[in-house]
Ligand binder design. Structure first.
Ligand code: ATP
Length: 497
């Protein structure tokens, strides 16, 4: 079998399959689309719901985590306390010639290595007569370790402007046309009520986490939880990303699956390590290829202002490694800030220790839509079968949008009636699909592309022995299963494998 996940045009193939089979459509497509927004079609919404439901079960079907669904619009002070009004910015540059806009910190992705090397050479030339700048450049070039020196040079304010002057705009090709970097806040603003003045400004939440922090004591009190315990939430988040690209990877509207675990200071490291391992395992349990998953620990100098320790779980997408989930030790930053800004105590009373304190928080923050993309890419295979190419989505059965398809071999001799009866019975517990069009081989291929793990065919023999042919998607092996055991068979496959 041929695994085709190395092909250059893999992403294009997946985007096209996603559209053709109704996984994902461009938002407002008939009007030319809206950048950074996507719609989930009939198969897509099933896959997305299954991912969210697996996450919800893994995170909240346990004693020490409670669920929450907080509102998207929150009091504007929340975002002052969280630091988003001040710090949730990306450095942005524009091309004066063609008006293209870029995020400075990822500009390097759009420029080839040769051009970067040349630009660095030219930068070295231009700082020759300035000792301070020359030392800075040399320091970076000699000490960048694993990091890209080009990116590090762009981070230094005095150097980034000079380096930008040596570059050609990736869009129009003109040299020296970039503006200086400006801070661009990624939060979408809107207004509450009829008056659109500054007093009525609210933001679409850029993360679900803050809804959890401000409800910490509400949830703790109502559920009578004791530390350590967590609060989990799935919901939409919005970020006005400067560049959206790579399909669902970076979008302006997306969904997050976040859990904040409240712990006593001093026990934070233990819980951080536990969740780090647990979250990677979750992706593996749902069939994601282990070799395509890795940790990326944040070096101390790259940690967010609130974090003590942070790691990304990365997946190897066709365009390279990218974060799908972040695990952060947020210390007591969030609750302390909300206490300060709201004037309300957010301290926890520890009955055992008879002391009051602000807990530390270990956060697990995954993108539902980014995970969707990772699961979709990971599931896609092309294989040669009897001289033909078969495209198949090898989803874990629990994630598969349709669990089983039911076919009558031919549309006569009582087969459709038996098949319809099976469909009605199975539909009570599973999402199934009935198909009586075309040769059975073709029907299999259609289900392979949709990722359906089981196909059930009612054939001539069924009329005698009340058994059907069960064909498994990945191995394409077939076995006979008794009609009255079908439901149990599927349940077993979904829950025990
Ligand atoms: P990135 O560096 O890729 O912008 P981030 O570090 O800002 O991501 P977090 O704020 O930690 O991301 O968000 C947690 C998770 O939310 C990410 O791991 C990702 O799965 C998801 N996410 C963040 N931004 C987006 C986006 N624009 N589109 C889709 N998913 C996103």
């Amino acid at each position: 079998m041929n695994k085709s996940n190395n092909q250059d045009n893999l992403l294009e193939k997946i985007v096209s399959l996603a559209k053709r089979r109704g996984f994902v459509f461009q938002s407002s497509e008939i009007y030319g689309g809206l950048n950074g927004c996507w719609d989930y079609g009939p198969l897509g919404v099933e896959l997305l719901n299954n991912i969210k439901s697996e996450w919800w079960k893994a995170m909240t079907y346990r004693e020490d985590i409670e669920g929450l669904d907080a509102s998207i619009l929150m009091h504007p002070k929340v975002w002052e306390a969280s630091g988003h009004v001040e710090n949730f910015t990306d450095p942005m540059i524009d091309c004066k010639q063609c008006k293209s806009r870029y995020r400075l910190d990822v500009l390097g992705d759009s420029i080839n290595e040769k051009k970067k090397v040349k630009a660095i050479q030219e930068l070295k030339e231009s700082v020759k007569n300035n000792n301070t700048l020359q030392t800075k450049v040399d320091e970076i070039l000699n000490n960048s370790g694993d990091e890209d020196p080009f990116e590090r040079l762009l981070e230094v304010q005095e150097l980034s402007g000079m380096l930008l002057q040596q570059l050609n705009c990736p869009q129009c090709g003109n040299k020296g046309t970039f503006t200086d970097a400006r801070k661009f806040n990624l939060m979408f603003k809107t207004f509450v009520g009829p008056v659109e003045d500054s007093g009525a400004v609210v933001y679409l939440r850029p993360e679900t986490a803050q809804g959890i922090f401000v409800n910490f004591l509400n949830v703790q009190g109502a559920s009578r939880q004791k530390l350590p315990f967590g609060i989990a939430q799935i919901g939409k988040a919005f970020r006005n990303e400067i560049n959206t690209k790579n399909f669902l990877f970076r979008t302006r509207e997306f969904e997050q699956m976040e859990m904040q675990f409240f712990v006593k200071e001093g026990e934070d490291k233990k819980h951080y390590d536990y969740w780090k391992a647990e979250r990677l395992q979750w992706f593996k349990n749902l069939g994601m290829t282990p070799d395509k998953l890795r940790y990326h620990d944040h070096p101390a100098n790259k940690l967010a202002h609130y974090a003590k320790e942070a790691v990304d779980i990365e997946y190897e997408f066709p365009f390279g490694w990218g974060e799908i989930e972040g695990i952060h030790n947020r210390t007591n930053f969030d609750l302390s800030r909300h206490e300060e800004f709201s004037g309300k105590s957010l301290k926890y009373f520890d009955e055992q220790a008879k002391e009051k304190y602000i807990p530390f928080i270990i956060e697990t923050s995954a993108g539902a839509s980014r995970s969707f993309m990772a699961f979709l890419v990971d599931a896609y295979y092309e294989e040669e079968v009897k001289g033909e190419t078969r495209s198949v989505l090898k989803f874990h059965p629990r994630l598969a949008p349709i669990k089983a398809a039911i076919f009558p071999l031919v549309n006569k001799d009582g087969m459709p009636e038996i098949a319809r009866k099976i469909e009605t019975d199975l539909r009570k517990s599973f999402r199934v699909f009935y198909d009586d069009k075309g040769a059975v081989g073709r029907r299999y291929r259609r289900q392979d592309e949709a990722g359906t793990p089981y196909c059930i065919t009612v054939d001539t023999q069924t009329l005698d022995d009340k058994m059907v042919t069960m064909r498994e998607r990945d191995s394409m092996e077939q076995e006979r299963v008794s009609i009255d055991q079908l439901s149990g068979y599927l349940l077993n496959k979904l829950h025990n494998d």
